[in-house]
Design a protein around this ligand. Structure first.
Ligand code: ZN
Length: 457
């Protein structure tokens, strides 16, 4: 009897469970919304238009869940305006539909639970739009969207849809993890993430492609985890042969962001020239007062070969730019990576003669040294000193046994930066992810290569 009753229970559970669990899983993910700032700060607007073929649903976004309010199924176009601090909704004839949506008002298309699309000022988005009053006439415009749909909207912008599937899947996992870890980035603006490279480039529904949506779906809900917790999944374009320890680029040391010798990095050489005058202007923009620039030199490398400190001597002050500040001050798209060496620029000024010095002066006190300096009249004098430099008036290089370290100083005119790679160097280099995918590695192997001691789940 007991056995029969148990069997009946199992049959009942087998019938009920799929319905229950299916519904609950669906409901949980549907309610997990992010807020993406489309217009904010100087780009705030006073009015905006929404269109939807299926009509609208006014409601509120409370935390991460949307609460349904008044349905407007018969309207296909509405305007939202900040009138004296109130978020007012009207139809196209100006008839009032809502006198004030309040500070958490959110407008969804009626079919929002069924992949509905809403047009804000002509641009299509999944999810809804939250208008947030910022003054008596301006408002921020915020796309309220599920995490998976947000990943749809960024993936092609961060790694093009034509790339191999496993690289796109690796990118989907890091992008999803990055979003999860950076939800507080714009909390003072009233939303989670912006649409630019400051966060991740998001283009909404118009940025979606079949291949990138498939890569998102095939990794649905997967994050990069360390000790069971989602990590700050940084990524960038090209490593130049080595990724970087997090503390060598910024300040915090994270156990999963360790330097990795990157054997899959396609070569990415770059070169740029900056005049002393431009360097001076950039330093001044960053708050330094160097005066007239007298020399630029590499003052140290970390053990991956990246420049850890750039020394700029000016008539007013000597400025030391460390780690990622080198790029943020001189321009992160100009100095593409810290994997660079200095060269002489094209400006005139060199006299063709190489003078030997140890950075101070070659004087009579060096008379007992082993290095010979030959004078114009042909007299040789032996000198001995550590850290000998050679200079031709434009470029100063370290000579002798330490010359391979390429500590270099440019003393006039224009500085040439010759480097490899593009980006901060921390986490996953996208070019290498693509190369590994081409060689047959799957997305978990790619992620495990660049992130130390992580799991994908
Ligand atoms: Zn941002």
């Amino acid at each position: 009897m007991k056995h029969v009753r148990f069997t009946i229970m199992i049959i009942m559970l087998a019938l009920i469970l799929p319905l229950c669990s299916g519904y609950q899983v669906e409901a949980a993910s549907k309610r997990d919304y992010l807020k993406i700032g489309l217009k904010f700060g100087n780009n705030c607007v006073s009015t905006g238009t929404l269109k939807s073929d299926q009509g609208f649903l006014l409601g509120t976004i409370d935390g991460r869940s949307f609460d349904e309010g008044m349905p407007l199924p018969a309207y296909n176009e509405i305007t939202i305006t900040n009138e004296n601090g109130n978020i007012v909704v009207r139809d196209t004839d100006g008839v009032l539909l809502s006198a004030d949506m309040g500070s958490s008002g959110c407008i969804m298309p009626t079919d929002y639970e069924d992949d509905g699309i809403l047009y804000y000022d002509g641009t299509p988005y999944r999810g809804g739009i939250h208008f947030l009053a910022k003054s008596n006439s301006n408002m921020a415009v915020i796309n309220v969207i599920q995490l998976e749909h947000y990943v749809y909207g960024i993936l092609n912008s961060e790694l093009g849809y034509t790339n191999p599937k496993e690289a796109l899947k690796a990118q989907a996992v890091v992008a999803r993890s990055y979003a999860e870890q950076n939800l507080a980035k714009h909390s003072s603006d009233g939303f989670d993430l912006c649409t630019s490279t400051h966060c991740q480039v998001y283009k909404g529904y118009s940025g979606e492609y079949d291949a990138t949506n498939e890569a998102t779906d095939e990794t649905e809900g997967e994050f990069l985890l360390y000790d069971g917790e989602p990590v700050s999944a940084f990524y960038f374009k090209n490593s130049g042969g080595y990724t970087q320890n997090s503390e060598d680029v910024w300040s915090g040391k994270l156990p999963y962001l360790r330097a990795v010798k990157d054997e899959y990095s396609p070569s990415y050489p770059w070169s740029t020239s900056l005049s002393f005058e431009i360097i001076k202007t950039k330093l001044e923009s960053a708050g330094f007062s160097p005066g007239t620039i007298q020399s630029v030199s590499i003052n140290g490398y970390n053990n991956t070969g990246a420049v850890s400190e750039l020394k700029i001597v000016g008539s007013g002050a000597t400025v030391y730019l460390k780690k990622e500040n080198i790029r943020s001050v001189l321009g992160a798209t100009i100095i593409k990576s810290n994997m660079f060496k200095l060269g002489k620029g094209s400006a005139s000024g060199g006299n063709g003669t190489w003078n030997i010095s140890n950075g101070i002066k070659v004087t009579e006190s060096d008379a007992n040294s082993n290095l010979y300096v030959i004078s114009d009249s042909g007299k040789a004098k032996k000198i001995e000193a550590e850290g000998l430099y050679g200079s031709n008036g434009l470029v100063t290089i370290l000579l002798g046994s330490k010359a391979s370290e390429s500590t270099q100083t440019v003393t006039s005119g224009t500085v040439e930066f010759n480097g490899y790679g593009y980006g901060h160097g921390v986490g996953m280099p996208q070019d290498s992810a693509v190369e590994m995918a081409k060689q047959g590695f799957d997305y978990k192997e790619i992620l495990n290569y660049f992130f130390t001691d992580i799991e994908v789940d």
